[in-house]
Design a protein around this ligand. Sequence first.
Ligand code: ADE
Length: 230
Amino acid sequence: MIYMMRIDVISAVPDLLLSPLQNSIIQRAQNKKKVEIVIHNLRDYAFDKHKQIDDKPFAGGAGMLLKPEPFFECIEKLQSERKYDHIVFTTPMGKLYDQHYAKKLSLAGNILIITGHYKGIDDRVRSTFATDEISIGNYVLSGGELLALIIIDSVVRLIPGVLNDSESALNDSFIDGHEIEAPYYTRPEKYKGGDVPEVLLSGNEKLIKEWKSRESERLTEIWKKNNNLE
Ligand code: ADE
C-alpha cells in the first residue's frame, strides 16, 4: 500500500519533533500508511569537518544564523527524488496559519516544511525554495519546529480515513465558516457544584439539537468578540 501523503521536515533541532509524531492520532496515521513523515537533521547535510550549520550574520547583529549550504544540499536532494506541492517556510513574517490553509495542504501529495532556529536562516534559502511563507501568530518563537508540528497535526487529521467516525473532522469547530461547537460534558452529572445542562440528559433529540445550535451561535459570537471580528 502506498502512502497518501508525504511530509518532510528540515530542522536543526530534530529531537523537538519526536514525541508529538510518535503518539496518538499522528502515530496511528503513519501506522495506517495514511502519511509518511520524514525528519531531516540539518547537521547531516553540513559538509565541513566540524558539521557547522550556523555562522555570524554579515554586517553584525546579535545571534547566529543558519548557513545556506546544508539547506540547499538537503532540499536539492529531496527535490531530485520527488516534486513538492508546497514548500512551507516558517517565519513570523508569513501569512497567518489557519484552517483554510490546513485544508489546502491536506489535498497535497508531498509537502516540505523548512524550519529555522536561533536567529533564523540565511535569506537565500527562503528566496530560492519557499512556495508558502507561514506564521503561527504575531509573536516570536525560538524556532519553527512547533509550527511544523501544528501544521502536521492539523493537516494529518484531515486526510480521509485518519479519524474514525466518533473523532470525525466533519464536526469540528472551524470546519464551515468558523463555527464554534457547543460545549461537551461527560460523567459525573454533578461535580463540585456544576451540573451538566438538563437538556443533554433529557434524551430529547430535537431539544438537544436546538440547544447545541443556540450554544454554538453564542460561542461563535464570543469568539468573534475575542478576536475583533465583525
Ligand atoms: N519562527 C519564529 N517565530 C515564528 C512564528 N511566529 N511563526 C512562524 N515561524 C516562526
